[in-house]
Design a protein around this ligand. Structure first.
Ligand code: FES
Length: 106
């Protein structure tokens, strides 16, 4: 598999460039947890309720910009209404994320 999806991840001001492909990780939360070795991240396992997987994104395209299912409700309860604040468990790793910048906030 060609690693044709490039992500730039920022955690505590440190940038890390990661290359992956569609299907390697179930979603962005799982990728971040494994690649960045995050603890206490993604506690609900990805159903969109715990809000321990919040990221700030830029450069994502298409339908990946649409918040669906539990995501808008969970984020708005915490006062997050901005388009670029997301639950990483609700983002699938597709070409729409290629060249995106992801900042870990949780
Ligand atoms: S893992 Fe719980 S909201 Fe994303």
């Amino acid at each position: 598999m060609e690693r044709n999806i490039k992500l730039t991840i920022t955690e505590n001001g440190q940038k890390n460039e990661v290359r992956t492909y569609h299907g390697e990780y179930m979603n962005l939360m799982i990728l971040l947890k494994e690649v960045q070795l995050l603890e206490d991240f993604g506690e609900c396992g990805g159903v969109g309720r715990c809000a321990t997987c919040i990221v700030k994104v830029s450069g994502i395209q298409g339908n990946s910009n649409v918040k669906e299912r539990n995501e808008p409700t969970t984020l708005s309860k915490l006062g997050y209404f901005e388009k670029d604040i997301r639950l990483s468990c609700q983002l699938f790793i597709t070409q729409e994320l290629n060249n995106a910048e992801i900042e870990i906030l949780s």
